[in-house]
Design a binder for this molecule. Structure first.
Ligand code: NI
Length: 384
């Protein structure tokens, strides 16, 4: 990539960083992406998306289609990173590095467009809205734009891994993200006369402890999973036992069978334990994205391309957080690739920062990845 492109990438990145927008409110971000792509002559597909967009680079007609994803949304966090191009929007920040993903995807789209005549097929570059809401990927899949896509690659920055390092391997990378809500309904009474009611607070306390046994007693010790009760709410004064208590929290799993097992065990424990305490219970399970699982063969290619680009390749950094990229992986072979962004506070932290030195090598890597994937598809057709 020429020096002027590197400067432009830096400029785009700083603009995105200064102007963070929350999930599904990425209007100016989308406008900016559109402006940059149009100025470079890159085609944008007409899709019914309010924010986000999909660019297309049409190479040789005989080839298949591959896709690249960059997510574009930011978080409701006040920035404290101290970078000179800090957020200009109160309480909003690109604290997950999606400004970097957007910039790298833009750089790749423009470079691929310039080389489209040599391209062994078509590349769709997805600028996905609303990743932090976990619903953005679903909007993209529902639009039908991925129907002809043979393989999809997504990137995400990973902190405290040096710039120039790519982390990718087959199998799980992020966890399934589910949420539960439990309402315990007992009978309120005077704090001095508990015998006249049925105490939902004591039942809730037992339940919080009991739920912690699901991972330790019902799952294989070799299976990573998390059950966290993150909110407990009941009562509003010191001398009254409330009628109801609410619990809420999250469950993270890597394997689908663990996910099912935990949901069932939590439901059984809630019903049986609460009934033992003479308290009614309502258990709700709200399913989020599944675990992101990288395709075997395509992960290998992603690692090989990194090495060919002079980057280092290490195994994926397993993470119990979620990623809506998993919705693509449920549909088509795909690979979620982590890119080292240097030393930083963690993701979603006010002091999070991306080393801008990562922009150009990542854009180049995405170009090489798309080209190699198309070539591999072409060669496999010849040998078939
Ligand atoms: Ni993110």
């Amino acid at each position: 990539m020429a020096a002027h492109t590197e400067n432009s990438l830096r400029e785009y990145f700083e603009w995105f960083h200064r102007n963070p927008e929350l999930s599904f409110e990425e209007y100016q971000t989308t406008e900016k992406i559109k402006e940059i792509l149009e100025a470079a002559g890159v085609e944008i597909l007409p899709l019914p998306l309010r924010t986000g967009l999909v660019a297309v680079i049409r190479g040789k007609r005989t080839g298949k289609t591959v896709a690249l994803r960059g997510d574009i949304d930011a978080l409701p966090i006040g920035e404290e990173s101290g970078v000179p191009y800090s957020s200009e929007r109160e309480g909003r920040m690109h604290a997950c590095g999606h400004d970097f993903h957007t910039t790298a995807a833009l750089g790749a789209a423009i470079a691929l467009h310039k080389r489209r005549e040599e391209l062994e097929g078509t590349v769709k570059v997805v600028f996905q809205p609303g990743e932090e809401s976990s619903r953005g990927a679903l909007l993209i899949t529902e639009s039908g734009v991925l129907k002809d896509v043979s393989v999809m690659f997504g990137i995400h920055g990973v902190v405290n891994v040096p710039v120039g390092t790519v982390a990718v391997s087959a199998g799980p990378v992020t966890a399934a993200v589910d949420r539960f809500q439990i309402v315990l309904q007992g009978k309120g009474s005077h704090g001095a006369e508990p015998q006249k009611g049925s105490d939902s607070i004591v039942a809730a306390a037992q339940l919080v402890t009991a739920l912690q046994t699901v991972v330790s007693r019902n799952l294989s010790p070799l299976s990573p999973a998390v059950v966290s009760v993150t909110r407990i709410q009941g009562g509003n004064t010191w001398n009254v036992l409330p009628a109801s208590v609410e619990l809420e929290g999250t469950v993270r799993t890597l394997a689908q069978e663990d996910r099912k097992r935990i949901a069932q065990r939590m439901q059984d424990l809630t019903q049986n334990l609460c009934s033992a305490f003479d308290v009614a219970a309502d258990f709700q399970w709200i399913e989020g994205p599944p675990s992101a699982q990288n395709d075997f063969g395509w992960s290998k290619l992603a690692g090989q391309v990194a090495l060919r680009q002079g980057l280092s390749a290490i195994p994926s950094q397993l993470y119990m957080g979620g990623e809506d990229f998993a919705y693509y992986q449920a549909l088509l072979p795909s690979v979620y690739i982590q890119i080292g962004i240097g030393d930083s506070a963690p993701l979603h932290h006010p002091a999070f920062r991306v080393d801008p030195g990562v922009l150009e090598p990542t854009a180049k890597y995405l170009v090489a990845l798309a080209e190699s994937a198309l070539l591999r598809i072409k060669n496999s057709k010849i040998t078939e």
